[in-house]
Design a protein around this ligand. Sequence first.
Ligand code: NAD
Length: 251
Amino acid sequence: MTNLAMRLAGRVAVITGAASGIGRATALRFAREGAHVVIADIDVPGGKDCAGEIQSSGGQARFVEVDVSRESDLIRMIDCAVTTFGGLDILHNNAFWARGATALETTADDWQRTLDVTLRPVWQASKLAIPQLLKSKAGVILNTASVHSIVGLTGSAAYQASKGGVLSLTRALSLELAPHIRVVAILPGTIDTPANRDVPAEVHEAFLQNVPLARRGQPEEIASVAAFLASDDAGYITGTGIVVDGGYTTR
Ligand code: NAD
């Protein structure tokens, strides 16, 4: 394991969707860089496992069961950071829900659930976190958007509408919260997480034809960019998104 700079030493971070995939890798990375991490997820075993892994390697973490579509859960999540670790410096909005479907196939319930989990909490958790982030000298809101915030794909209409919204909201919040809080997005391409495990092999192969680096990214390759964006090393970056996609959107 390489030695890491402790760029997040003593910072308090809340990460939604941290029981799995990108959120989990980011929680582990933030903790290795010295952050105290609140693991927020609807998946209780996965969330406890992530917090336990951080604690057993000497880091600070607390799991809180959260459905991000419920305001009362988001309130508990922010309270957990304050009561457990004394404040909040970094909010990482990362949880999502989607069902693969074209616009024609999408039901009103699926549309609503996608936006309720993937887009609305980005605004609502941010709103709840702002008073705490304003007390920090290094407040950051980091939103997991997607390459599909900026380029299209068939079969995920509601998801893409949500992710377009996440990037737009990143810009809007960044203007409202400057110069006190930075607001940044990360736009992953196709990453090797449980969210992608059911993709049929032929669809996966066809997708990789369009990825110059010819492979899926690893969650740790998103986590390392997330740690940079959350740290003072990215102190002059706000209101924009960083694409991490193996070159997919270059063509
Ligand atoms: P994942 O399925 O591994 O993790 C998603 C997590 O969100 C899970 O732990 C799940 O329990 C949690 N979650 C779902 N609904 C929730 C709810 N209502 N409340 C709280 N938590 C909930 O997926 P991932 O690939 O790590 O995705 C993380 C983020 O990255 C998402 O925002 C996703 O859109 C984005 N992303 C992923 C990819 C990719 O290829 N994997 C590409 C672009 C963007």
